[in-house]
Ligand binder design. Structure first.
Ligand code: AMP
Ligand code: GLY
Length: 424
């Protein structure tokens, strides 16, 4: 089978790396991929949001199965477009992707399904939204309704900050739309939980924990994710059971009842406080960097999971975890998540050896050199018998990789690790 992975991040590199190990996969293509996927697969030029361009690449290369990584092409209907042309594709259709593409849609679904989440209100009028936050007398969270690459959420410390966010989203239209969701502030530990559904059944993956803030100790601005590990101790067997029975199952069942069964990855961002899960957000694709640790831990062939979902038949697909733990350290460009440097030569990539696998995100080839081309550059990922062991291996490799301005957190896994944050 020939498989095309759509996207260019470390998530797509990790999926490509795993698919390459499948005995049923003869060749993997990436569109557009990066310098890391180029070393193990065939990169195809193109833009993930050019739906017809992707279809033409599929036809020209005899691709049998397409795996879509990022949210934007899903929300734009890439999977519908491919399926209409008779191409097998993994991921939700445009309707399913609304769960991620519209916060008001997802909050209304949560309310209908009785899923625990922060109480919320949707506003389409800026003055009403401002009056609401001024009158509330407590800190609230302001969210742009549409896709905003992780930047459309402001956890406001006071009414002034909330009003600023409303102005940015509704009057300045910083994220395109003019709708906001305003919700109560949740407290606790954030975790990521993924299931893959075929519309009828689902397969649950291992819980993971991302680190969203740029700096150690969870300080500084939000990012796409600076590192992840799995499994997080806060998700005990009891908590996991609650996630399945109170969140995953009611959500999938409600979508089925509405006549829009969900096919693809449902990735739930949750807050866990005193053993009780509450939903922060739904995503309809694999998390990044969560995918890097999940693929590192996954035992054996990943193809049956992705193909089973796309074909609507996951029966017989089970999860087995080869490694008890995995941890990933994201190395980012200087300045990220603000304006960042590019075109910096990366040295030391060969140091990974058997200790870790270095998934690439924003990288490209320049002659024989690998150079930086994005905010998040590398996701150094290692497995171990414990989180400490996986962390020691990942940091041993990250510490030997260099590019000008490189920054990474030294405390990935801090909620789970007994050891003090390591020094460089
Ligand atoms: P979202 O894109 O909705 O996950 O929001 C991005 C980040 O904002 C989350 O990962 C949380 O860290 C934070 N966040 C979102 N909603 C809330 C909430 N209701 N309470 C506290 N923090 C939140
Ligand atoms: N790591 C968070 C996300 O992929 O949205």
């Amino acid at each position: 089978m020939k498989v095309l992975v759509v996207g260019s991040g470390a998530r797509e590199h990790a999926l490509t790396w795993k698919l390459r190990r499948s005995p049923s996969v003869k060749q993997v293509f990436c569109l557009p991929g990066n310098a890391g996927t180029r070393a193990i697969a065939t990169n195809l030029p193109g833009n993930v949001n050019d739906l017809d361009g992707v279809l033409q690449a599929v036809k020209a290369n005899g691709v049998d199965f397409v795996v879509v990584g990022p949210e934007e092409p899903l929300v734009n209907g890439l999977v519908d477009w491919l399926r209409e042309a008779g191409v097998l594709a993994f991921g939700p259709d445009r309707q399913g992707a609304q769960l991620e593409g519209s916060k008001s849609f997802s909050k209304e679904l949560m309310a209908e399904a009785g899923v625990p989440t922060a109480a919320f209100k949707v506003f389409e009028d800026a003055e009403q939204a401002e009056a609401y936050v001024r009158g509330a007398g407590r800190p609230l969270v302001v969210k742009a309704d549409g896709l905003a690459a992780g930047k459309g959420v402001v956890v406001a410390k006071d009414a002034d900050e909330a009003v600023q966010a409303i102005d940015l989203i509704m009057r300045k239209k910083a994220f395109g739309g003019t709708k906001v969701v305003i919700e109560e502030t949740l407290r606790g530990q954030e975790v990521s939980y993924h299931v893959v559904s075929d519309g009828e059944r689902y397969v649950a993956l291992a819980p993971a924990q991302d680190h969203k803030r740029v700096g150690d100790g969870d300080q500084g601005p939000n990012t796409g994710g600076m590192g992840a590990y799995s499994p997080p101790p806060v998700v005990t067997a009891e908590v996991e059971q609650k996630i399945l029975s109170k969140v995953i199952e009611p959500t999938l069942n409600t979508l089925k009842k509405r006549g829009t069964p969900f096919r693809g990855t449902l990735f739930v961002g949750l807050m866990i406080e005193d053993g009780e899960p509450s939903v922060l957000e739904f995503n309809t694709r694999f998390g990044d960097p969560e995918t890097e640790v999940l693929m590192a831990r996954w035992d054996g062939d990943i193809l049956p999971l992705l193909l089973g979902s796309a074909k609507g038949d996951l029966s017989g697909v089970e999860t087995k975890w080869a490694a008890p733990c995995a941890l990933c350290v994201v190395m980012a460009s200087g300045g990220y998540p603000g304006a960042y440097d590019k075109d910096k030569r990366i040295q030391g990539l060969e140091r990974a050896g058997a200790e870790a696998v270095v998934f690439h995100a924003g990288t490209r080839m320049e002659g024989k050199d690998v150079v930086t081309s994005g905010g998040r550059v590398l996701a150094v990922t290692a497995t171990g018998h414990s989180i400490d062991e996986a962390a020691a291996r990942a940091y041993a490799v990250a510490n030997q990789i260099h590019f000008e301005g490189a920054q990474y957190r030294r405390d990935i896994g801090h909620h789970a690790r007994s050891a003090a944050p390591r020094s460089k």
